[in-house]
Design a protein around this ligand. Structure first.
Ligand SMILES: *[C@@H]1O[C@H](CO)[C@@H](O)[C@H](O)[C@H]1NC(C)=O
Ligand SMILES: *[C@@H]1O[C@H](CO)[C@@H](O)[C@H](O)[C@H]1NC(C)=O
Ligand SMILES: *[C@@H]1O[C@H](CO)[C@@H](O)[C@H](O)[C@H]1NC(C)=O
Ligand SMILES: *[C@@H]1O[C@H](CO)[C@@H](O)[C@H](O)[C@H]1NC(C)=O
Ligand SMILES: *[C@@H]1O[C@H](CO)[C@@H](O)[C@H](O)[C@H]1NC(C)=O
Ligand SMILES: *[C@@H]1O[C@H](CO)[C@@H](O)[C@H](O)[C@H]1NC(C)=O
Ligand SMILES: *[C@@H]1O[C@H](CO)[C@@H](O)[C@H](O)[C@H]1NC(C)=O
Length: 693
């Protein structure tokens, strides 16, 4: 009965109409309060999660107050599930016979029994969110980043049931919840620790970090209203399944989400292990643009370094003479970073002092001209190292990649960190970081056997990136270690498109980038411009000689810098003539002038089909320039039409001032769908842009 009253109170507060968090700042502080009904309520105005303490700790509600004003939660489940030495334990939760098709809190109120086999609630600690690695904004990232994000953290401690075996009595499970101001996001993870005699004597398998029974629309039939992801690129799964109790009250589709490790893991408590983190973003809509923009907000919040946005060059020649010449070019036009590319001959693992001194000299020269320096190295995936450091299968055969939880980890980490320190380099491009495979070796220094090999390799790869991040090193990685400190991943990426003839490459790449801008923010992806041959394709694929391919060169700069996406311009020079230099300068100045809006999120206007114009638009309601639409005409015809710009996410709601390039401003009135029609008249093979204020 009491619980029922609380429910009504929450419903009522959910009816307060909130502004859209994607276009307005929501200034409501995150709080954890003990309600008068004895439950804990974690809330930030946009969402709330409510926990009972009686008869044990369990989530008894999870509300969306923002988009749908409805409850996500459908039934009671344990907070987590683990196994210690083969015995399975629920963490919290309680037993009830209340049907699972919907949450009937009246019925629940009179039917809650302690689960005698579960870890039981012991206590909570309220604290502030903790940063998983240090971070200070630089390299073009917004200066107003809060790190760690502002919000609240609640740590909930659980103790084993009294009849658990002796060693298990010495195990504590802590479930961590974090919620942040102004975003409908909850982050959750577990720590399991042993004390006293149990240290090193017990092994835990984490079966579920989150097991949540949700109402049907929240599950992803196409784009579910609840976006659930893990913070790790490998070894974890977010799976949606049907509730085993579906038929107790037949008729309704009853989905559960289970966030778990992909394979059985058997982790020694020496003395503790942490699970991956689950991100639960309450989107409350299946609109692709809203999904993507919501995800981007979370991404910027939890991986702030991905907002750094330097413009860099991939250098193919590591000789001092060539490097200094290139640095002079980069510095003259305002490039910001030089990366020794694959094939440049740079050896980042060298321990030869005179070689390191030479690279240090060239790096010092670059830094004196305002250019940061970094280099490429192949880490573990596909990397051949000495035989006893290779990852092996259960038959003892090498799988063709180094094991990142073997002595190889110590070897390469020491060499790379020392090289960076001694040369003054501040950027690392790690190709083939740990790629997610198991290793069956039983004599590697950082894992016991096959069962913990994915967990330990992941852990060490994450630690590797976090340590680089604490040195403020910029990190390119062809993988998604963003929540471990990585900056950039490939975008619109297919190894072979950069071997196509230039116009085909530019067109396919613009399509791929457009598609990938749903997944990534502009500054978290890289594209590629093969000034010299990449894999194949020869002359028709190369942009060299630059003075002979000015039009394509300009398109490359316009489409990548116009998208806020740094491309790997890969070659040995940035310009070869007055004209090619003018193109670079034009677009680098454009990027620097509009950097804030150009590195903001993208809404999709018209995907390139090469039949007419194509366009994407940056939006940011917090800037003076609230929108910037790039428009391309890749055809041989003049295109005369109206460009329909969707302005909702610019935050403008009645009129907009729009200017084409730096031309005069015209005032437009938004229609009921927050769109405007702007006249477009574009000659063949031209590019233009519109600024929206
Ligand atoms: C909720 O449970 C109460 C008590 O068991 C019952 O009387 C009521 O009919 C239930 N309501 C619904 C909608 O199932
Ligand atoms: C959750 O997933 C894990 C790993 O696949 C599995 O072992 C476990 O049984 C699942 N939990 C439930 C309740 O289905
Ligand atoms: C690298 O640059 C140097 C100096 O300009 C030049 O002598 C050398 O031939 C170049 N190497 C390659 C592989 O192009
Ligand atoms: C060390 O590096 C220098 C400069 O690159 C080179 O001349 C020398 O041969 C290297 N020494 C060894 C032992 O490789
Ligand atoms: C480094 O630069 C200094 C001064 O520019 C020069 O004297 C020295 O020989 C250089 N060292 C190497 C290894 O190139
Ligand atoms: C490590 O184990 C492999 C087989 O898994 C064996 O071939 C190798 O000799 C062992 N190395 C050491 C140093 O014990
Ligand atoms: C329109 O935007 C203005 C300026 O941001 C704001 O004050 C106003 O409340 C908005 N109106 C509506 C209906 O959202």
């Amino acid at each position: 009965m009491l619980l029922n009253i609380l429910w009504l109170v929450l419903l009522a507060s959910g009816c307060l109409s909130l502004e859209d968090w994607l276009i307005k700042d929501i200034n409501i502080q995150t709080t954890v309060t003990k309600t008068e009904y004895g439950t804990y309520l974690m809330s930030n105005g946009l969402i709330s999660r409510e926990f009972s303490l009686y008869p044990d700790f369990a989530t008894i509600d999870f509300q969306d107050h923002h988009s749908t004003q409805s409850s996500i939660l459908r039934a009671i489940k344990p907070e987590a599930v683990i196994m210690i030495d083969g015995i399975q334990y629920n963490i919290g939760g309680f037993l009830t016979n209340t049907p699972t098709a919907y949450l009937n809190r009246t019925a629940l109120g009179s039917d809650m029994r302690v689960d005698p086999k579960a870890f039981h609630f012991h206590g909570t600690t309220i604290l502030e969110p903790q940063a998983p690695y240090p971070y200070k904004p630089r390299r073009g990232a917004p200066q107003n980043i809060h790190w760690p994000p502002i919000g609240m953290r609640m740590d909930v401690e659980f103790k084993p049931p009294f009849d658990a075996p002796y060693y298990h009595q010495l195990v504590t499970v802590t479930v961590h919840y974090e919620m942040y101001d102004g975003i409908p996001l909850l982050v959750k993870w577990l720590s399991v620790s042993a004390s006293g005699e149990a240290v090193g004597k017990v092994a835990v398998t984490i079966l579920s970090v989150e097991y949540l029974a949700v109402n049907q629309p929240w599950a992803p039939s196409s784009m579910g209203w609840l976006l659930v992801e893990s913070n790790e690129p490998h070894g974890t799964v977010v799976s949606w399944t049907l509730d085993p109790h579906t038929n107790d009250m037949p008729g309704s589709f009853q989905p559960n989400v289970n966030c778990s490790y992909q394979v059985y893991n058997d982790l020694d408590l020496k003395p503790s292990v942490d699970s991956f983190r689950v991100h639960e973003l309450v989107v409350g809509s299946s609109d692709p643009e809203r999904h993507s923009l919501s995800h981007h907000r979370m991404f910027r919040l939890l991986a702030p370094q991905t907002q750094e946005n330097p413009i860099f060059f991939h250098m193919t020649n590591s000789s001092s003479v060539a490097v200094k010449k290139l640095i002079d070019q980069l510095s003259e036009v305002g490039f910001e970073m030089m990366i020794y590319s694959f094939g440049s001959g740079l050896n980042l693992e060298s321990t030869n002092s005179s070689y390191i001194d030479m690279i240090a000299n060239d790096t010092a020269y670059a830094l004196s001209k305002g250019i940061e320096v970094g280099g490429y190295d192949l880490i573990s995936l596909s990397r051949q190292v000495q035989a006893d450091w290779m990852a092996i299968d259960v038959h003892g055969h090498s799988i063709g990649s180094a094991c990142f939880a073997s002595g190889w980890h110590d070897n390469i980490k020491t060499k790379l960190f020392s090289f960076l320190k001694r040369t003054g380099m501040s950027m690392l491009e790690t190709d083939g970081p740990y790629g997610g495979y198991q290793c069956a070796s039983t004599n590697h220094s950082h894992h016991d056997d096959i069962t913990d090999s994915i967990y330990e390799q992941n852990r060490l790869q994450g630690e590797f990136y976090r340590d680089l991040r604490s040195l403020e090193v910029y990190i390119n990685q062809p993988d998604t270690y963003f929540y471990q400190g990585g900056n950039k991943d490939g975008m619109g990426y297919n190894e072979n498109q950069y071997s196509l003839p230039r116009w085909q490459d530019l067109s396919i790449s613009r399509q791929g980038m457009y598609d990938d801008l749903y997944r990534l923010i502009p500054s978290a992806g890289w594209m590629f411009v093969p000034l010299v041959q990449y894999h194949a394709g020869g002359g028709p694929a190369e942009f060299e000689p630059l003075s002979k391919h000015l039009l394509e060169y300009e398109w490359a700069f316009a489409q990548y810098l116009g998208a806020g996406v740094a491309a790997c311009y890969r070659g040995f020079e940035l310009y070869d003539s007055y004209e090619s230099k003018a193109i670079v300068m034009k677009w680098v100045s454009f990027y620097k002038k509009y950097r804030d809006i150009v590195t903001s999120d993208v809404v999709h206007v018209r995907r390139a089909d090469m039949q007419s114009y194509d366009s994407f638009m940056h939006v940011n309601p917090h800037l003076k320039n609230k929108g910037l639409a790039m428009v391309f005409n890749p055809t041989f015809k003049t295109v005369v039409t109206n460009l329909k710009l969707p302005l909702y996410y610019t935050g403008l709601n009645s009129t907009a001032l729009i200017r084409e390039q730096e031309g005069p401003a015209r005032k437009y009135t938004l229609d009921r769908e927050y769109k405007v029609s702007v006249p477009l008249n574009m000659g063949p093979l031209t590019i233009t842009w519109f600024l929206v204020q």
